[in-house]
Ligand binder design. Structure first.
Ligand code: UN1
Length: 501
């Protein structure tokens, strides 16, 4: 069976009419073989406007549904996702090139956020606040915000949408989703799974969750619309520089999850066997195409010569290939542009004195852009090490002083994820302290990637500052009203102001 046929079979099984997949101007390819999977007719700015109007109408009804009942929809969604896990995970592998366990892991991440959001639907708490005025009560109430525009990237083609959607739905908001142009079929499948839950739920307003397949004009229409109070966008810092100011110009809210240039520090006391595994998954997993991928490693002088050759050896032997036809751990890059970007970075690093191991194209199977992951030993932290290249390149540098290593780790524009590998309590705590990592995620003895959904996810500086997923990230999807109620017969004014008429 070709991948095109298999894709069509999976989509048909999920209730999608695959007749729409011929004759359009948008194309979907699998990075596994380069085979074209489908042609689609894209949405436009005009159809996006129509969808926004429909979402606005859905909002007037959904915001009145009690939050625990909204949670019931998400509970049903989690059930449907459990049933569809194998199919959806397979599609993630086909269209984004992930190894099977990562494709399935992505769907598990969707299930996890749904479970979280179901609980949240009974825990949308506001504070009661002590008031200075007698006979008064002060409290805060969290209200639904309105339609949420979700712009997601190819590398997590469905999970990041689900983080946003599960929270948005229990918070009382409709969603409008513009997935990556590189992964439209996975998006269509994921939407079909949610549509099943909506059908079982029964009385949700129409157009509560809409999918918009298309290019930048679709994103632009969402970003500038005053009827979309929140834009949650995942992608490059370059994209965020366009989206952020446009949303701000209309006083909209944005949750930006942009580039990362994540680093690890390997200290003298580190458990090197465990560190090796953590570094391997962090840097080579998903072919280095996670925003949380490990891209820089600072290794203490005293262990550098023991550790780095082992790492180089692991890189040389890691299985690269079509993960659906072998037990490869490193699948393809998403496309030719990603391959060219990687080669350009490696060339630039070499001219800066970097010592290169790996990085070459592996010609199995033809059609895909498969590369051997690369290690580049650097003596100084200079470009391209200071930039995010969305490919499996790990820059490795020696350090001698821990505080210098922290400064190097913080010395880039992005601030998403970071790790320290140490068994020294003082180093671990310093790394997590205010004087330590400046990232939104800071870990000890685990890698930079593979965060659980229970924590707030996002980063500082050029990563955009947004927080999605767990903890209190839900507050970003609601508006807060401060309420003061006077149950007395007097009208005392705050701050002791007197205004007797
Ligand atoms: C992303 O790459 O955009 O922490 C998201 C991780 C995953 C999410 C990554 N849970 O690696």
């Amino acid at each position: 069976m070709t991948l095109t046929t298999e894709t069509a079979t999976i989509l048909t099984g999920l209730g999608v009419d695959t007749n729409r997949f011929t004759g359009g101007t948008m194309e979907s390819f699998t990075p596994l073989t380069g085979e074209r999977l489908a042609e689609l007719t894209p949405d436009t700015a005009a159809t996006t406007q129509e969808a926004i109007a429909r979402a606005k109408a859905a909002f007037t009804a959904w915001r009145l549904v009690p939050a625990p009942r909204r949670g019931e929809l998400v509970r049903l969604w989690a059930e449907e996702l459990r049933a569809a896990k194998a199919d959806l995970g397979r599609l993630v592998s086909i269209e984004a090139g992930k190894i099977p366990s990562e494709g399935l892991g992505e769907v598990q991440e969707m299930i996890d956020i749904c479970d979280f959001a179901v609980g949240l639907s009974r825990q949308i708490y506001g504070l009661t606040i002590a008031t200075e005025r007698p006979g008064h009560r002060m409290m805060e109430t969290w209200h639904p915000l309105g339609p949420v525009g979700i712009i997601s990237a190819f590398n997590f083609p469905v999970a990041v949408w689900s983080w946003n959607t599960a929270l948005a739905l229990v918070c009382g908001n409709p969603v409008l989703w513009k997935p990556s142009e590189k992964t439209p079929l996975t998006a269509i499948a994921a939407q079909a799974v949610l549509d099943r839950a909506l059908a079982r739920f029964g009385d949700a307003p129409a157009h509560l969750a809409q999918l918009l397949i298309g290019g930048p004009e679709v994103g632009e229409a969402l970003v500038v619309s005053p009827d979309v109070p929140l834009i949650s966008a995942t992608g490059s810092t370059r994209m965020g520089r366009i989206v952020g100011p446009k949303v701000a110009a209309r006083f909209g809210r944005s949750i930006l999850e942009l580039g990362g240039n994540n680093a690890g520090i390997v200290c003298p006391s580190a458990d090197l066997d465990m560190t090796l595994r953590a570094v391997a998954f962090g840097a080579m997993g998903t072919a280095g195409q996670r925003c949380t991928s490990l891209r820089r490693l600072f290794v203490h002088d005293s262990i550098y010569d023991a550790f780095v050759p082992r790492l180089v050896k692991a890189y040389a032997s890691v299985r690269v290939g079509n993960p659906l036809e072998s037990d490869a751990l490193v699948g393809p890059l998403i496309d030719r542009a990603a391959f060219e970007g990687m080669q350009a970075a490696l060339n630039a690093a070499a001219t800066m004195g970097g010592k290169l191991h790996g990085g070459e194209r592996v010609e199995v199977p033809p059609g895909g852009y498969y590369v051997r992951p690369a290690i580049v030993e650097m003596t100084e932290q200079v470009a391209p090490m200071t930039e995010e290249t969305f490919a499996p390149i790990l820059y490795v540098q020696r350090y001698s002083d821990f505080e210098q290593a922290i400064a190097l780790q913080n010395g880039v524009a992005a601030g998403l994820s970071s790790s320290v590998f140490t068994r020294d309590l003082q180093e671990a705590e310093l790394f997590l302290s205010a004087a330590g990592s400046d990232c939104g995620i800071a870990n000890v003895n685990i890698g930079t990637s593979g965060a659980e959904i229970g924590g707030a996810f996002g980063g500082e500086k050029e990563t955009g500052g947004g927080r999605e997923s767990g903890s209190d990230a839900w507050k970003g999807y609601m508006r807060r009203a401060t309420n003061t109620v006077n149950y007395s017969r007097d009208l005392p004014l705050a701050q002791g102001v007197v205004f007797d008429i």
